[in-house]
Design a protein around this ligand. Structure first.
Ligand code: SAM
Ligand code: SF4
Length: 328
């Protein structure tokens, strides 16, 4: 579907839960969170019904996220149901990897197209400091196992944190040397707890990696559904990417919307604008009425974020939810 600014909205991130088995310092409070009751989350039937409506409006690519999506029971059954809908070309997953290895067979059978594994370091002490959990070995196993499925594209996502995982970044990038995967560095976004951290700038990190691995050449082709800028490095099988929403704003090309686990349709990461689709579903609206609401909401998608501008702190529409509630 085309929005008022002519952008083709074809990609939706669906958060299937706000629960998580980690407490990443930039995403979820260490002291814990009061979980929303299960009844407030969309059921799988509700998610599938909405996906069918979204698909009719031109959404063809779905990413399942959370919280940690793999803590929700039988996620592969949801993948299978969404994948079988007319118009849906691509179902992918983003996960912290802790529960991935044991679910990969079922996810592959269900038709999963790609998996993004988030890991910020392979140093167990630093990992525990960042995530409040242990499990570097499990994540390594999950990455290795994912690579054995030829039908699943694999990406590794890392959030560089100044003064915390600086020494781990080159080691993570090296995964792309020997394996058929891309490693992407995601710039910290000033959302929720992320506001407390200084972002590692893309240009600075690129210079640092080039010192170690040699020149990085901009890759002009298309890879994946999003705004990542990819580079090739001589001798590397995979690519190195940067997703830099603040320093290299990409709102003019934004193709995405988000559905929270509570069924709220969000049209821009920064703002709380959108529509409560759960309320429509549960008040007995028919598909046509829901479709009209979605169409109107997408049409009015904001022009873009204003991270870092004074306007953003003052704006009453600024998102106050944390990243685990939004889904990244
Ligand atoms: N639990 C899953 C995971 O970690 O991949 C899915 C949800 S998580 C919110 C999705 C992605 O958002 C992760 O790669 C995480 O590192 C990233 N993220 C969380 N907070 C962020 C922030 N403030 N800025 C940039 N990325 C963030
Ligand atoms: Fe959980 Fe992912 Fe947030 Fe980490 S980034 S706390 S793994 S939802």
């Amino acid at each position: 579907m085309i929005d008022a600014l002519g952008r083709n909205i074809e990609y939706m991130r669906i958060s299937v839960t706000d629960r998580c088995n980690m407490r990443c310092m930039y995403c979820m409070p260490h002291e814990g969170v009061v979980w929303r009751p299960h009844e407030e989350m969309l059921s799988y039937d509700e998610i599938v019904r909405l996906c069918k409506i979204f698909a009719a409006l031109g959404i063809s690519k779905i990413k399942l996220t959370g919280g940690e999506p793999l803590v929700r029971k039988n996620l592969s059954s949801l993948v299978k149901r969404i994948k079988s809908l007319d118009g849906i070309e691509n179902v992918t997953l983003t996960t912290n990897g802790l529960f991935l290895a044991q679910q990969l067979d079922a996810l592959s059978d269900a038709g999963l197209d790609a998996v993004n594994i988030s890991v910020d370091t392979f140093d167990e002490d630093v990992f525990q400091k960042i995530t409040g959990a242990s499990g570097v070995q499990k994540i390594r196993e999950a990455i290795n196992k994912a690579l054995t499925f030829e039908n699943i594209r694999v990406k590794v996502n890392c959030v560089p944190l100044k003064g915390i995982n600086d020494d781990s970044l080159a080691e993570l990038a090296l995964l792309a040397k020997d394996h058929r995967l891309s490693v992407r560095f995601i710039e910290m976004m000033p959302i929720g707890l992320g506001r407390q951290f200084e972002a590692f700038k893309e240009d600075e990190l690129k210079t640092l990696l080039e010192k170690q691995f040699g020149p990085m050449t901009y890759f002009n082709g298309k890879l994946g559904n999003g705004p990542c800028r990819y580079y090739t490095v001589e001798g590397f099988r995979g690519k190195i990417g940067f997703i830099s929403a603040v320093s290299h704003r990409f709102c003019d090309k934004c193709n995405r919307i988000r559905l929270t686990s509570e069924g709220f349709l969000k049209t821009c990461l920064q703002y709380n604008e959108g529509s409560d689709l759960k309320a429509l579903l549960r008040s007995g609206k028919d598909d046509e009425e829901i479709k009209m609401c979605i169409r109107d909401t997408i049409f009015h998608k904001p022009e873009g974020h204003h991270f870092g501008q004074t306007f953003d702190a003052q704006c009453s529409k600024t998102e106050e939810h944390k990243m685990f509630q939004i889904g990244g």
